[in-house]
Design a protein around this ligand. Sequence first.
Ligand SMILES: *Cc1c(COP(=O)(O)O)cnc(C)c1O
Length: 454
Amino acid sequence: MIQGYSIDEPEPLLSGWVIDLLNSRSELAAWVDGFGSPLHVVFPEQAKNNYFGWLKELRTVYGDCRIQFALKACKSASLLRAFALAGAGADVSSAQEMSSAFLNLVPVERMSMTGPAKSEFEIRLCIRHRVAIHVDSVEELKRVLALGQTGGGIDRLFLRVRPISEPGSRFGMTDDQLLACLPLLKQGKVGRVGLSFHINDYTVQNRAEQMRSSVAFLRHVRATCLAPGGIDIGGGYPMRYLRTFDPVAYGRGDHWASSAKQGNYPYASEVAGPQHAVAVIQTALADIADRSFLERNRIPILLQPGRALLDQCGISIFAVIDVKNLGSNRFAVVLDGMSFSLSETWFGADFVPAPAIVHRERCTAPQNDARYFLVGRSCLESDIIRWRGLAVESGVCPGDLVVFANTAGYQMDSNESSFHQIPLPKKIAAVRYPCGWKILSDETPSQGGMPSDC
Ligand SMILES: *Cc1c(COP(=O)(O)O)cnc(C)c1O
């Protein structure tokens, strides 16, 4: 068991490398001393393993599944490179993300530009480099086709479907609009036409149903003598952070300003990650005719997980500046960092998985039933890093480290801000050798060799 967790909350699921680091606190302390607080530590080896794990599971239900990592979930270059070297593609939404994918070794044929609003420049980039373009509306399709005419044609294009389960969404197209695209695509001599969707809930059923209806539409595409290019079932697969989660018990704790902010993320989803994706595909292709249509026409299934592919790929460490006594056994733990570095907090919810407190020196708890609230160093009252107070038996002291596990998916950097002109937190990549850890700056392209004394 790891020390330093709040006694009335479940310990989050941790991978071996995180447990190792929590147990070797001098390592963590040295890194924070060297690179500042907060510090994001990513683990490229985990990214590689996750990708292979996903692929292995997916191939049990369909032969040609292609995973494109959704870049918006984490800006780490070393994780992206690890995915790319393992064979993953990339789901990009801006020229900058595209450039980052190029720089980190993603080949163009594995790239999709899915951003719902693309500038003329971004469309030209896709055409020039033959990156698959995902089109959000008939209007955008017309713009893309016009640019394609002068740019030498369009190789791969996906039409984004408005989900049946989200009729009020502003993204994607209705059936009528999709049908209206077909003659335009024929006229525009587009090479291959696929269908894509992205669903915002975490049920298997909605995604499976959408996939089934997309296969039906692809048959239509085929019947119109267009070459079907793929079925893209998007991202949004839940990730499991906790073995169990009881929202009622969580809400009952002592919360800052007496307000529980647990949000609604399924932190302990029974069917998560690749198992969830497998369940979607299996359910959707229950009809043997649909499966053989896809196989006969060599239609790949594309998946674009962001968060779930990053399971256990990174941690975020904050150093404690001060522990301020607020009276009545309540303490504000002022961290060297801001809530912008944990995006769940930024969305008005807590990042539920509890952080671990790692003591740097001997720390004595002031009272038995003390509650510790983690707050940011900014001048905003609302800069609260953890709304639910922690009950740490050994207390919290200045200099201690607060370690949030499993932060690579969105928590790390999606909403970071250099508020107060404080520089953005640094990211380092950790590589583990039998003799210890080697760290690299996140950007460093070379993974380097094994240290000579290993
Ligand atoms: C955000 C997004 C993803 C990734 O979603 P996750 O929840 O991180 O898996 C994939 N595709 C599209 C179109 C998105 O908007």
